[in-house]
Ligand binder design. Sequence first.
Ligand code: FES
Length: 110
Amino acid sequence: MGNRNFITAARVADIPPGTGRTVEVDGVWIALFNVEGTFYAIDNTCPHTGGPLGEGKLCGTAVACPWHGWRFNVVTGRREDNPDFEVACCEVRIKGDFVQISLPPGLSAP
Ligand code: FES
């Protein structure tokens, strides 16, 4: 915490409230969501069999994996129906017109 690198991942205007997308941050695929104006970022890779969470439908703070429908809370990274499954969360900040993401330790390019 504190001295992590924030990397520009998207323009604020490109991700309207209620939507998300997959972005690339330093070689890692991240799912970025706009929940009523607040941005959240989680690991894009669904822990089930690897579906792209950034392409899932966002409903409130939950995103449904587009492959088999597991739902994850984009704020906590936990699976809604079984919190034993979770994805890593990233710090997000807004800098001007841009959304910037800081990868947590352990989430790095292969
Ligand atoms: S890969 Fe995400 S629910 Fe199956």
